[in-house]
Ligand binder design. Structure first.
Ligand code: AMP
Ligand code: GLY
Length: 426
């Protein structure tokens, strides 16, 4: 079997690691793999967004399964292009991934399907948007509708902040095309959960719920990042809460997408808020979360490959046995470049030899690259060190020890990933 992984971050390293465990005999390829992925996959020197070239390459190599990590190639139609060529792909069509690439589309779909989410209105006119913000008052949330690399949502404590955010998006186009349309929504109070559903368009298999930490600083302070760490499982994600997520979020959303002529095959990621009024959707993504994948997959004992193949085939997911999970917990700590999420330097020599890597300490590479036999940094999030353990405390200890042993100039990490859950358990 020949498997192509598209993307080269920590999420894709974790996908590759798990699929390799599921099927060690398969041949793996990856687009511009990071320094860690190179151990398991052969490099393909094509950019993930070069959809035509990638589809041509996959056809010529008779790739049996393409697994698309990031959203950009999906929004550009990579999955459509591969399906048209008769090649199995794990990932939604460009039309279906609008659930992530257009917040206004996602909100309208949720409203019409009765999926619980924050009240909202969509604007392309600044004056109308300003009037609405003044009427609603604060706190309030202002979001660029398009893809903005996780930075398009501004949670505003005051009306002035919200007016500034709306002016930046609609007036100054500071988010480019992504901000030509703006969604203004009600502020929701509660704790957030990430829930992944593998779907073949009809059935959905929910994976273990996880929680990520988006802020750069300890105690969840400072600017938003792509994610500084994550853990799973989460005790507030009880079986009845997950049943509620399935019945009120996943299934109605999949039905609505199908009715819209865009059945969703791939990974539907629901960012959920556990509010006093029940679950509400914060956002949908059409791909695995990063760094949540680096804790969810290490907890999965049964085959991920079987799930992805059924999704790619568009049928059969409902006939697979339920996924089996390890006991205990996993926690991952991202080690980042000094300055991230602002500007940072690349090309720093790295030393991972002091990390006690093994079955319970897994190092997933993100922004690393090999230069000859040297490993150097090449991104903001450099590696994620996942600890596994019989308890979350044990997993946290291993993850933090591992993260602390990663050496490169300017490195930093949060030493408090999982703090809410650890406090709940103590
Ligand atoms: P998004 O880009 O939509 O995922 O939003 C990024 C982050 O902003 C979320 O993870 C939440 O922490 C926060 N957020 C987004 N929308 C809301 C909301 N309506 N109420 C409260 N917090 C929100
Ligand atoms: N961890 C958040 C995301 O992948 O969007």
């Amino acid at each position: 079997m020949r498997i192509l992984i598209v993307g080269n971050g920590g999420r894709e390293h974790a996908l590759l690691w798990k699929l390799h465990r599921d099927h060690p005999g398969a041949h793996f390829f990856a687009t511009r793999p990071n320094g860690g992925m190179l151990d398991l996959a052969r490099p393909v020197e094509i950019a993930p967004t070069d959809v035509e070239a990638l589809a041509g390459w996959a056809a010529a190599r008779a790739i049996d399964l393409t697994v698309v990590g990031p959203e950009a190639p999906l929004a550009m139609g990579l999955a459509d292009r591969l399906r048209k060529a008769g090649l199995p792909v794990f990932g939604p069509s460009a039309a279906a991934v609008r659930i992530e690439s257009s917040k206004s589309y996602a909100k309208d779909l949720m409203r019409s399907a009765g999926v619980p989410t924050a009240d909202y209105r969509t604007f392309s006119d600044l004056a109308a948007c300003e009037t609405y913000i003044r009427e609603q008052g604060a706190p309030i949330v202002v979001k660029a509708s398009g893809l903005a690399a996780g930075k398009g949502a501004v949670v505003c404590i005051t009306v002035d902040e919200a007016l500034d955010a709306a002016r930046a998006m609609l007036g100054d186009l500071s988010f480019g095309e992504a901000g030509r349309e703006v969604v203004v929504e009600e502020f929701m109070e509660g704790e957030e959960l990430s829930v992944f559903g593998v779907t073949d368009g009809t059935d959905v298999v929910l994976l273990l719920a996880s929680q990520d930490h988006k802020r750069v600083g300890e105690g969840d302070t400072g600017p938003n990042t792509g994610g500084m760490g994550a853990y799973a499982p989460v005790t507030i994600a009880t079986p009845s809460l997950l049943q509620e997520a399935r019945d009120t979020v996943f299934l109605p959303t999949l039905r609505a997408l199908e009715a819209d002529g865009s059945p969703f095959q791939g990974l539907l990621y629901a960012g959920l808020m556990v509010t006093p009024q029940g679950l509400k959707v914060v956002e949908f993504n059409g791909r695995f979360g990063d760094p949540e994948t680096q804790v969810v997959l290490p907890m999965l004992e049964s085959s991920l490959l079987d799930l992805l193949v059924a999704s790619a085939e568009g049928r059969g997911l409902g006939t697979l046995p339920a996924p089996r999970w390890r006991d205990g917990a996993a926690l991952t700590t991202v080690v980042a470049s000094g300055g991230y999420p602002g500007s940072y330097e690349k090309g720093k020599a790295m030393d991972l030899s002091t990390v006690p890597a093994g079955e319970d300490t897994l190092v997933f590479h993100a922004g690393t690259t090999r230069e000859g036999d040297r490993l150097v940094t090449s991104g903001g999030r450099v590696v994620a060190v996942t600890g596994r353990g019989a308890s979350l405390e044990e997993a946290a200890r291993r993850s933090r020890e591992g993260a602390g042993a990663v050496r490169f100039e300017g490195s930093f990490y949060r030493n408090d990933i999982g703090w809410r859950e650890l406090a709940r358990q103590s």
